[in-house]
Design a protein around this ligand. Structure first.
Ligand SMILES: [Zn+2]
Length: 120
């Protein structure tokens, strides 16, 4: 079985399924970042690793894309089995700002905060 994850470019607002480990058939639903760098086919920038369960918003839906980027920067991933008692990740920017403040120990917050300067 191939383990594929969602990677996104927040500038172009596109997402792709890619492998995140050197071994194609290994991986975990709780993986926090990719071992493999994938660049955006459109702009060439490194794409963000979002986890297995990310569902890409429409490209025109800037609000939802910004929400996903804020969550990603705060260390949230679309990961896990879906069976936990924590609230689902929000999909609007306004909700997301509150959500991050109120859910710092959320079970899907598995990565450390990421700032773009160090992500290349
Ligand atoms: Zn791009």
């Amino acid at each position: 079985m191939k383990f594929l994850y969602k990677f996104a470019c927040f500038d172009c607002r596109v997402a792709f399924k890619r492998h995140a480990t050197q071994e194609l058939n290994t991986g975990s639903t709780w993986q926090a970042d990719s071992e493999v760098v994938h660049n955006c086919p459109n702009c060439g920038r490194r794409m963000a690793f979002l986890g297995r369960n990310f569902r890409a918003p429409k490209q025109s839906d800037k609000n939802r894309w910004q929400s996903a980027m804020l969550l990603w920067e705060a260390g949230f991933r679309y990961c896990g089995s879906g069976y936990h008692d924590d609230p689902v990740l929000p999909e609007s920017k306004a909700e997301t700002i509150e959500f991050i403040k109120n859910n710092l120990s959320h079970s899907q917050r598995i990565a450390s905060c990421i700032y773009w300067e160090g992500y290349s």
